[in-house]
Write a protein that binds this ligand. Structure first.
Ligand code: GDP
Ligand code: MG
Length: 318
């Protein structure tokens, strides 16, 4: 595993982007789908490194995150999007709006569905969004490593949807990597000739601080339940690098005192567990020793405030 740190450093130091050969293909691929179908898992598997956080809890991914795959013949830039669903509050609206923008601003849409359950209302909601756009669509049926009880019905439900719009389909497992080379070939076939958009060794466009925050949020999603996860936002306050250790100070913003209580836990046990698990992940990210200090702060109703969303680093697109 290579360190994202190095890639980002070399990028900011202005390593030149090579001239693409004439037959080189490149473009942006939007990974679209309802929550929990495996979009982030897919992106991590394709780029060969964990840049997007994943979890069994829906709505894990908030910001748009790009994952970059460069082969001798092509550069594919994957845009991970939040799962699309009907909005309930300000953050939900931002999520859907950003996903809609993502559909229109990419060269190809990879519409990911969960092959262990039949096509449902959530998938059809997205299919309707997609037919309003001119972007070509490929339907990707994920989780083929899991054998469902009634594969015939499930297959037919997705085939019907794909046939109705003449979308090519491809089946794979984001988790095991099975059939992903085939997916990649099909995606490259659907791209036009183009330049290198990023240096060939870069795997993501996001700064390391952002990914650190996401790794902390991931542990909160994994270790706490229900109430807390959707109302946290992480701010990385300070990163101090010394040759021996990297010190990271971060604040976890929550909406209510009760959530703060859950996050801190009995005698600080929960915060300690979150901190030590996140610290291990961040150590892998930067390939070095990390000291992580976490604070918890109550920030009432941050989800409803666009200003707060922007302050906490969420892109609120107009
Ligand atoms: P997203 O919300 O679409 O980004 O979904 P995630 O990538 O966060 O994945 C949601 C859940 O599905 C996680 O628990 C993953 O481990 C699981 N998952 C993703 N891809 C696969 C797969 O190919 N097979 C199986 N069995 N589970 C998967
Ligand atoms: Mg995701």
């Amino acid at each position: 595993m290579t360190s994202i740190d190095n890639h980002i450093l070399s990028f900011s130091e202005g390593v030149s982007i090579p001239q693409a050969p004439p037959e080189f293909k490149s473009g942006f691929i939007g990974i679209i789908g309802r929550p929990n179908v495996g979009k982030s898992t897919l992106m991590n598997q394709l780029v060969g490194q964990k840049i997007a956080i994943t979890s069994p809890v829906a709505q894990t991914t908030r910001n748009r995150l790009r994952g970059i795959v460069t082969t001798p013949d092509a550069q594919l830039i994957f845009v991970d999007t939040p799962g699309i669903h009907k909005p309930h509050h300000q953050l939900g609206e931002v999520l859907v709006r950003n996903a809609t923008i993502a559909i229109d601003s990419v060269d190809v849409v990879l519409f990911v569905v969960d092959g262990t359950v039949a096509c449902g209302a959530g998938d059809r909601f997205i299919a309707d969004l997609l037919i309003n756009s001119k972007t070509p669509v490929i339907a990707g049926i994920n989780k083929i490593d899991q054998q469902p009880a009634n594969p015939q019905n499930i297959n037919e439900s997705y085939q019907q949807m794909a046939d109705a719009h003449q979308w090519p389909t491809v089946k794979f497992s984001a988790m095991t990597g099975a059939e992903l080379p085939q997916l990649q070939t099909l995606l490259i076939e659907n791209l036009d000739h183009g330049p290198f958009y990023y240096p060939p060794d870069l795997v993501t466009d996001q700064p390391e601080r952002f990914i650190m925050g996401e790794l902390i949020r991931e542990q909160i999603l994994l270790l706490t339940r229900e109430e807390v996860p959707h109302s946290v936002a992480i701010a990385i306050d300070k990163v101090e690098e010394t040759p021996a250790i990297t010190r990271v100070m971060a604040t976890i913003h929550v909406e209510r005192d009760s959530q703060k209580g859950i996050l801190i836990g009995k005698g600080g046990s929960m915060l300690k567990a979150i901190g030590s698990a996140a610290r291990e992940q961040i150590q892998k990210l930067i390939s070095g020793k990390v000291y992580l200090e976490l604070f918890v702060k109550v920030q009432p109703k941050w989800r409803h405030s666009r200003v707060r969303l922007a302050e906490l680093g969420y892109r609120v697109e107009e």
